[in-house]
Design a protein around this ligand. Structure first.
Ligand code: AMP
Length: 194
């Protein structure tokens, strides 16, 4: 596997989800820690976010959380992290998460996860970064989204090389394989630095 020192995990803050998603979040946090890869995430204790962070910590890994002040109580900031950064806004959080990470994994989530996923995908499309992105399609959760992207391409609204922009894995083992197999650059041109 390609050597990565830190991976950003985007995922849902809801706990009212199927066990298969909780198990995937646990496997991802645990797998990152066991590979010596630091986990960067939104800093909360709730939902898949908390499960992934707890699993990484339990396996002896480093976890960096970045949480905006105004949602500190709603998402219950995690107090057992290697680093917890309380920041002024969502924008600062998202920027720091990108800056602190070598790659991104999108687990199942809701609108917040979608916002983060599209930002990181569109920034790559605009050559603002060329870091690997893996969509973890656990139990087919992201199938409608992947279908929508295919539809955008078919209708001429997006002209993308999907395999260069992102990889899809349906199991957490596959996520690690995809991170290793990811080509270095999404585009032949030199990317702009963030
Ligand atoms: P969700 O996928 O909606 O459960 O949210 C997952 C994470 O995304 C949570 O940490 C939210 O704080 C965060 N989030 C929610 N809305 C936004 C947004 N507009 N931009 C960035 N992050 C968000």
């Amino acid at each position: 596997m390609k050597s990565l020192s830190s991976v950003c995990v985007y995922c849902g803050a809801s706990s009212r989800v199927a066990d298969v998603h909780k198990e995937a979040a646990h496997a991802l946090g645990d797998g990152l820690a066991r590979r010596g890869i630091r986990m960067v995430y939104g800093g909360g204790r709730v939902g898949l976010m908390g499960i992934a962070a707890d699993a990484a910590i339990a396996a002896g890994g480093e976890v960096v959380g970045i949480i905006p002040e105004h949602i500190q109580s709603a998402e219950i900031e995690h107090t057992g992290l290697t680093e917890l950064h309380v920041v002024d806004s969502m924008h600062t959080r998202k920027r720091m998460m990108v800056e602190r990470s070598d790659a991104f994994v999108i687990l199942p989530g809701g609108l917040g996860t979608l916002d983060e996923a599209f930002e990181i995908l569109t920034w790559k499309q605009l050559q603002l970064h060329d870091k690997p992105i893996v969509i973890a399609d656990v139990d087919g959760y992201w199938r409608p989204l992947l279908g929508l992207i295919d539809h955008m391409v078919a209708q001429g609204f997006a002209r993308i090389d999907r395999s260069a922009l992102y990889r899809v894995a349906d199991q957490i083992d596959g996520v690690f394989q995809a991170l290793g197999a990811m080509p270095d650059a999404a585009h032949p041109d030199q990317p702009r630095k963030m």
